[in-house]
Design a binder for this molecule. Structure first.
Ligand SMILES: Cc1cc2nc3c(=O)[nH]c(=O)nc-3n(C[C@H](O)[C@H](O)[C@H](O)COP(=O)(O)O)c2cc1C
Length: 365
């Protein structure tokens, strides 16, 4: 049985002052899901899909050490025309790999038959929701009218939605940007999306050609947000409690927040947002060290030694933004050769380098 515990930020300190959040989670034999209220409305935090970073290994290890993520969108599963789905393609959303953190599979591509084939396959695995990637800015993908490359073509988008929505057994959500070439594209996109029963629309308020850099167009999103018929999920540049507090008041109606890179620079961030406070805790460093060691061990279970070292080097590209001396941290990691060196250096960095937790991490580019 799933039990729900409602927690209102303002009441939290009085109600649970003698408990840590992990004690609250573990205080019943029933699985308790903590729902947090913000001004009386339930609000949720979801883990953004980061291809190559937030796979099931990361999601499972993260869930063993930290709390606060309500669910994740998987990194994209790319469509290819084939008679049978290749199991390797969908390994990341294999139900037995995802017992810890609820996940919604994400699809990238515009081929209608392949989309429906993949949806049917995932339906048989019990997935009742799907997310469609209309935000990926990578040129080689966008130039094929995939990801954010679809955004300048609202009529093509309409024809695909016409075909897939009645044919799939899942509720569909989309992850978009404000456009590919410019933010004016959003007006026609709203007209299209409003005609379909979508679960929600997650918006990263940049345009495709910006990739992940440059200003977020808050002014544009604020001016159009009321025109959407669907629930909007906000995503972009939440790297600390400070940036959340700057962004949240711009969108008072939003109750779902998606965080990507900020989870790596500060894994405590979802809970800091939910509790509305940053606490310097004596065991934070040890917790992060244990998390990294567990991550290395789990990666090694699925990969060779050199693959594990390379994956950790990739992951450190994002972890490094949580340290004041970001460049030095990254520079030392790049030279690691063996798994033992990776373990030793990871521990050394965590124990000796100063972290940015408490305020926003460095801007992540
Ligand atoms: C390395 C990397 C991989 C990404 N992979 C995906 C992906 O598979 N699907 C997707 O919709 N977005 C992907 N994104 C975009 C993120 O989900 C998110 O929209 C973006 O990082 C902005 O959010 P953030 O500022 O909280 O990180 C990726 C971003 C990065 C940096």
């Amino acid at each position: 049985m799933q039990a729900f515990l409602l927690i209102q930020k303002s009441k939290l300190s009085n109600a649970f002052s003698n408990y840590s959040i992990s004690q609250i989670f573990k205080s019943s034999n029933h699985p308790i899901k903590c729902l947090f209220l913000q001004k009386g409305i339930i609000f949720m935090i979801m883990l953004a899909p980061l291809h190559g970073f937030t796979d099931f290994i990361f999601r499972n290890v993260y869930s063993r050490h930290y709390e606060g993520i309500d669910y994740a969108i998987s990194p994209f599963i790319s469509l290819t025309a084939c008679d049978k789905i290749n199991p390797r393609k969908v390994k990341d959303v294999l139900p037995e790999n995802n017992a810890k953190m609820p996940v919604i599979p994400q699809i990238l591509g515009k081929e209608i038959d392949s989309f429906i084939q993949m949806a049917d396959f995932l339906n048989a695995w019990g997935y009742d929701k799907l997310n469609w990637n209309l935000g990926c800015p990578v040129k080689s993908i966008a130039h094929k009218k995939r990801g954010s490359g679809m955004l300048p073509y609202p009529e093509l988008l309409r024809s695909i939605l016409d075909a897939i929505i009645p044919a799939i057994g899942q509720q569909l959500s989309v992850k978009i940007r404000l456009g590919y070439y410019n933010t004016d594209e959003i007006y026609q996109l709203i007209a299209v999306f409003n005609d379909y029963p979508l679960d929600n629309i997650c918006i990263h308020p940049r345009i495709g050609i910006q990739m992940y850099e440059g200003n977020i167009h808050h002014d544009v999103l604020q001016s159009v947000i009321h025109e959407f018929k669907h629930e909007i999920v906000y995503n972009g540049d939440i790297t600390g409690l400070d940036s959340y507090k700057m962004i949240q008041p711009k969108y008072p109606g939003i109750s779902q927040w998606m965080i990507g890179r900020g989870i790596f620079s500060n894994p405590l961030l979802p809970m800091q947002i939910k509790l509305d406070r940053v606490e310097e805790n004596a065991n934070d460093t040890e917790r992060f060290r244990l998390f990294l060691n567990d991550l290395i061990q789990e990666l090694r279970f699925y990969k060779t030694e050199s693959q594990t070292v390379n994956k950790m080097k990739d992951l450190w590209r994002l972890f490094s933004y949580g340290f004041i001396a970001q460049a030095r941290v990254l520079d030392s990691i790049i030279h690691v050769q063996t798994l033992d060196e990776m373990k030793t250096l990871s521990n050394h960095i965590v124990e000796t380098e100063i972290r940015c937790i408490g305020n926003d991490a460095l801007p992540i580019v």
